[in-house]
Write a protein that binds this ligand. Sequence first.
Ligand code: ADP
Ligand code: MG
Length: 420
Amino acid sequence: MKRTIKEVEELSGKKVLLRADFNVPLDENTNAILDTTRITEELPTIQYLVDAGAKLIVCSHLGRPNGVEEKYSLKPVADELAKHFEGKVTFCPVTIGTEAKKMVRKLKDGEILVLENVRFDEREEANDPKFAKELASLAEFYVNDAFGTAHRKHASTYGVAEILPSAIGFLIEKELSVIENAYTNPKRPFVAVLGGAKVKDKINVIKKLIDVADTVLIGGGMAFTFLAAQGKNIGDSLFAEENLNDAKNILKLAEKKGKKLLLPIDNVALENNKVYKVLEMHEGMEGLDIGPKTVKMFIKEIKKAGQIVWNGPVGKYEDKRFAKGTNKIAKAIAKSKAFSIIGGGDSISAINACGCAEQIDHLSTGGGASLKLMEGSSLPAVDIIGKVKKLKVANSKKKSSAKSKKAPAKTKCKKEKVEE
Ligand code: ADP
Ligand code: MG
């Protein structure tokens, strides 16, 4: 496991740059924050750093701005944060540069400065070394807690960690430890439920889960490529010809490893704008949800599970006519006593829509980052954490010249043991 903020000594008085994920949904007209979950989830890490007496500099992206676009300003996020840390939060209208440096200098221990959207500068996503250097020059230590962008090598998620000593925050720590535990020490039987539209997105997740789980249930649009691989007629359902061989290989792999891999035995299909429950598909028919027999078969496995990982709706759940399968699976997972993990934006929407998110043990909120974790891949922005053990020479020189003016010991960065 990577170094966490709890393992960092001497945060007091230190300028700490925190990369958070404040990519909150905003009202198009009023710019009001529609859902503050991403802010409230970050509060424990911020509270910890504030209590430790850090001078906290917070940065994040918001939306996909094309250069500076006022509607993607992080000002509303700073205002929201100010409700939780009264009198301690200041907003910095720029991300880097003289003005930002000036505002950082004014920070007192335990105060928070929210920088403007890192993506207002196109060099952020390019992981431009100069931009990363500018950003890093604001601080002495870096904390990454933006799980949603941890699979991206951007300046604020990766570049700064090549310059500053660093640690992960509580959100990333939780995501890593839950998946790591689930894979290395699963409660058995370990049942995986996989769905979604594209096989391509999930090949590695399926392979990984066939390896670590006992039973793999495949529904959703991607199930049809597997059914086609078995020679079944899938009518006009979603089919990824380029992944047909992957599907065949996965079926073989499951057999070789003695794992139970279950595919739909019936479907809810659309033909001439009419909905049918069918055992066999034919041309002109599009399978858009798993049928009642499949629901029953999947739920039987879910009921036996000691641990469940779910990624991807088993039908086109956005359309009420094809949401039944996904809803029933979601409810069965929620009802189960098994340790449950759900990842993927649509799967989380589905569990929220049926009002049972509370009964899930872990909701992995990272989208692409969750998928990477679930396929057992490492995340670049997490990998780089702890690579720099102490502040680089350019910074420490400044410190040592300040030393003659009686600089307190805390400005020196302690050599810390780092796990690679
Ligand atoms: P997640 O976001 O949970 O990882 P995905 O993005 O992989 O899930 O998949 C969700 C999408 O898959 C939804 O838009 C849903 O409509 C679509 N989908 C699921 N089953 C089918 C199907 N049988 N045919 C077409 N689309 C489907
Ligand atoms: Mg999705």
